[in-house]
Design a protein around this ligand. Structure first.
Ligand code: SF4
Length: 416
């Protein structure tokens, strides 16, 4: 693990205690009192598996997919029963995998969730470009999906090939998105691929907005050690130049930055990440509550078996210390590029400055953040260093954890 992530963790949590994930779970899952609770559903099936992709996914098999959805409905009932009445939640996001491969059963999943939860901010779904057919989009819309995020990665032949993909046809996308519109159409684009220049990314951004997007997520390429990808990440200096150029360009076009990597036309929003608490369903899905973080098994087979036996499919649980929870909260809230001290105080019952006045003072002195109208706003420099640190965090924590969970369905413990 990198020294930088360990030192930061020790400083911010004021403790040498690691993040300790153990093979146990809380069957009561007390989410009844949680404010700003989101829902996430993972559907791990893909037509073909991309080399560079770190997510939990398996090759699509209709019989396995149908068995998986049955198990998913069971998990939703098991968790839903733990709270009396219908719990008010913000949004529901479907990720994967390619959730649209189960398009015919998405309505059933949403209905099962709606028996226990009142969804107030719409339903989002990640789509593969090949899911963009009129029939599939109409089925999803009729089921209640209001926002979509299309994993384009790149419209250019050269960069799509680097990722083992065929570039999508923007004209065909524009036609179908015109016929079946959604409130938010986001497109994922990858930047920081070898040899990629600002004009390459600008072309992708322009093409995305021209063919129907009102929001884009421009993610840096991250090399996970357990993937088969041979694509090498771009050096830091070039990456910073690109991120700054992309930010300036999007802002000059009037697209608002709503997180480190996402920009949209006013009113368009797509983010499954910035929730104070969330419940995750399906294999590899995570659940974040006030005092715990739990992660479901990555094995589709074991997931179905465990849920079938009447138990939650939790593989590992982290019981937060209070400071660990605060750091987790701040890390993901900062992803939105702003931290509101009032939100922190509402959540933890103590003033932000009393807990982290030294870290915030340092962030301001280094030019990473400014305080405007009582809210900490990340500067362009801060956004780059957040992004840079997030890369370390991903490699030190997520890469290690996902690497183990891909091999072992229920590991005994993981220390990070
Ligand atoms: S990038 Fe998308 S389509 Fe490719 S393996 Fe990952 S989830 Fe599946």
């Amino acid at each position: 693990m990198s020294l930088a992530t360990t030192a930061t963790r020790v400083w911010l949590t004021r403790s040498l205690r690691p993040f300790l994930f153990q093979s146990e779970y809380d069957p009561a899952l007390d989410y009844a009192g949680c404010e700003n609770l989101g829902l996430y559903v993972h559907i791990p099936f893909c037509r073909s598996l991309c080399d560079f992709c770190p997510y939990c996914k398996v090759k699509y098999d209709p019989a396995l997919c149908s068995r998986y959805i049955d198990a998913l409905l069971q998990e939703i009932r098991q968790v839903g029963r733990r709270c009396p009445g219908r719990k008010r939640v913000t949004s529901l996001y479907f990720g994967g995998g390619s959730p649209a491969l189960a398009a015919d059963r998405i309505g059933e999943i949403i209905a099962a969730l709606e028996e226990h939860f009142e969804i107030t901010e719409g339903v989002g779904m990640e789509l593969h470009p090949s899911d963009l057919t009129e029939k599939t989009l109409r089925t999803l819309k009729a089921a209640g999906v209001t926002k979509i995020s299309i994993g384009v990665q790149s419209f250019g032949q050269k960069f799509a090939s680097l990722l083992g993909r065929r570039p999508p046809d923007p004209k065909a996308m524009a036609r179908v998105l015109q016929k079946v519109p959604f409130e938010t159409v986001s497109m994922d684009l990858i930047f920081a691929l070898p040899g990629q220049t600002f004009p390459d990314i600008r072309r992708d951004i322009d093409t995305a907005f021209a063919c129907g997007a009102n929001h884009v997520a421009i993610y840096p390429f991250i090399h996970f050690t357990f993937t088969g990808s041979r694509v090498q990440p771009m050096p830091k200096g070039q990456k910073r130049f690109l991120l700054d150029a992309v930010t300036r360009y999007c802002q000059s076009r009037g697209y608002l930055r709503d997180s480190i990597w996402t920009f949209g036309k006013p009113g368009a929003r797509y983010s499954s990440m910035t929730r104070d608490n969330f419940l995750g369903f399906g294999c590899s899905a995570t659940t974040l509550l006030m005092d715990q973080f739990k992660i479901n098994t990555f094995s589709v087979e074991q997931y179905c078996r465990r849920v079938g036996s009447g138990h939650l499919p939790t593989a590992l649980t982290l019981r937060f210390t209070r400071r660990q929870r605060m750091v987790y909260y701040l890390f993901w809230t900062a992803y939105s590029t702003r931290v509101d001290p009032a939100g922190f105080e509402r959540f933890f019952g103590v003033p932000l400055e009393r807990m982290y006045g030294d870290a915030l003072g340092l962030a301001r002195a280094l030019g990473f953040a400014e305080k405007k109208d009582g809210i900490y706003q990340m500067t362009g420099k801060g956004a780059f260093y957040y992004h840079y640190y997030e890369n370390f965090y991903t490699l030190a924590y997520i890469d290690k954890m996902w690497g183990i969970l891909r091999k072992e369905a229920f590991p005994r413990e993981i220390r990070l």
